[in-house]
Ligand binder design. Structure first.
Ligand code: PLP
Length: 492
């Protein structure tokens, strides 16, 4: 059975049946497409069906969608799997909203994706935030410490669950098995945002998956590290700690009543691929990475972080830094883009390269050539700007160190709610004047989409300095105009 893609097969069968559409979508399987658009869209629109007879229904699956989801559950080791058409974003919303009633406490890793914060807002839940660790050498944040989670559970025995991101954007993760066992000792579920780890567990050289480690509910972006179309994702459940009926109800609330069939079929196909050829394709992808890293060792100015063994590391995520401190992360990204290589993201000091099971040796070769080219071109003008950035970044890492030494790792419970902050409730002030005030907006560098400040959080001098740093380094900021105006909305 696993070598079929039932939903995709059903769509193809329908497309080849020469039937007349008297239903939506209005493009009638792409009949009116102009030539250039047709070249790109006609095959996709030919399978862009909807919930007509025989096509099943994501919100009440009984036929091919049910079968496709059951195959996915078997493939990933879940008790039940739901296809998501709004990315891990919708999965995270559903996860939080299914577990928490208003006022309930959820223990949450501080550097979660904004969708988790939005979930807390929609559920009107409280979060006890647990700060992640950080890697001294690179300044990148790591996962949370198991002892900190234990402390949170001891202090807040009424907590409904623990929600963590694993792996993080850089592919760094923690020993989830020990975490799952510990959380289950308190008889509550472990919720994992595994947006970046849908490929985990399919090759001996990759970390184990969150489901195998024992997580109760797991959200994965099938479109990130596997091959589904953008927005294709999955939510998996196992065991009895999660009420499956409520998850379905939340997904029915949050997902479109007209989910895209080409998108869902691409999730089905991504499952088929990893199920039948995953190990072989991942093996090929790993060879590309080994080749890339070996070639890059000729250019020691560009250092690659591959983990020091104290945390799990996804080999497909490659963080590169310029050890000469000439190019900051955004400058490094720009230099790569000028050479035709588009990285996943950059932070102040690093650029993140994302390879997958479909990266090729030719891709790796081109990226190596770009670094080779950059090594020979050292630009003094860039040097001057970025030295300041590097000094400021060093200050940020220093403040992380001070926080760590003072063991400020757990927040007080923070109550979220979904009401917007209306005009009469906030005022706009300069960033420097916002210190000590409560933010009336989320401030989110994107990517990675992790809020530095959530609505209602006090803007400390460290936070203000960090925002200043991001602005100077030209990092894109969402949720706020601070990047363009240096003004912030604060609560009156
Ligand atoms: C950790 C994490 N969770 C969730 C998401 C949201 O995923 P999606 O883009 O599939 O909605 C992202 C997106 O980057 C992410 O980094």
């Amino acid at each position: 059975m696993k070598s079929r893609a039932p939903l995709f097969d059903r769509l193809v069968e329908h497309a080849q049946s020469n039937l007349i559409s008297l239903h939506v979508p209005g493009h009638k399987f792409g009949q009116g497409l102009e030539s250039e658009a047709a070249a790109y869209y006609s095959d996709v629109m030919a399978i862009d069906a909807t919930e007509i007879t025989g096509m099943d229904d994501l919100h009440h699956p009984e036929e091919s969608i049910l079968e496709a989801q059951q195959l996915a559950a078997a493939c990933f080791g879940a008790g039940e799997t739901h296809f998501l058409v709004g990315g891990s974003t919708v999965g995270n919303l559903a996860m939080v909203m299914s577990l928490c009633r208003p006022g309930d406490i959820l223990i949450v890793q501080r550097n979660v994706h904004k969708s988790v914060i939005h979930g807390l807002m929609l559920a009107s839940a409280q979060a006890v935030f647990v700060d992640p660790g950080y890697e001294e050498e690179s300044g990148r944040t790591l996962g949370v410490d198991i002892q900190d989670i234990r402390e949170a559970l001891e202090r807040y025995p009424q907590a409904k669950g623990v929600l963590l991101t694993n792996p993080n954007y850089y592919g760094m993760g923690i020993d989830l098995r020990a975490m799952a066992d510990m959380v289950h000792d308190y008889d509550i579920p472990l919720l994992i945002d595994e947006a970046h780890g849908a490929h985990y567990g399919f090759h001996a050289d990759l970390p184990e998956s969150a489901l195998t480690a024992g997580a109760d509910i797991v959200v994965q972006s099938t479109h990130k590290m596997l091959s589904a179309m953008t927005m294709g994702a999955m939510l998996h459940i196992q065991g009895t700690r999660i009420d499956r009926r409520i998850i379905k109800q939340r997904l029915a609330m949050l997902q479109s009543s007209s989910p895209s069939y080409p998108l869902m079929a691409s999730i089905d196909l991504a499952r088929l691929e990893i199920d039948t050829r995953g190990e072989q394709l991942i093996g090929q992808g790993l060879e590309v990475i080994h080749y890339f890293c070996k070639q890059m060792s000729k250019y020691p100015r560009f250092r690659i972080y591959q983990g020091d063994g104290s945390y799990t590391q996804d080999p497909f995520k490659i963080t590169v830094t310029d050890t000469s401190r000439i190019l900051s992360g955004p400058a490094l990204a720009q230099a790569l883009e000028q050479r035709g290589c588009y990285p996943e993201m950059s932070d102040l000091n690093h650029v993140l390269l994302l390879f997958t099971l479909h990266s090729t040796m030719e891709d790796a070769e081109r990226v190596v050539r770009a670094f080779e080219d950059m090594e020979s071109e050292m630009n003094e003008a860039i040097h001057a700007i970025d030295e300041t950035t590097c000094q400021l970044e060093a200050k940020r890492v220093e403040s992380l160190r001070i926080n760590k030494e003072n063991s400020i790792r757990l927040s007080q419970p923070v109550q979220f709610d979904s009401f917007p902050i209306f005009e009469e409730q906030y005022e706009i002030v300069e960033l420097s004047q916002a210190i000590g005030r409560k933010s009336a907006e989320m401030i989110i560098p994107y990517p990675p989409g992790i809020p530095i400040v959530y609505t209602g959080e006090i803007i400390t001098s460290d936070i203000a300095a960090y925002i200043q740093l991001l602005i100077e380094a030209n990092v894109r900021i969402q949720g706020s105009e601070v990047g363009n105006t240096r003004m912030v909305n604060v609560i009156k």
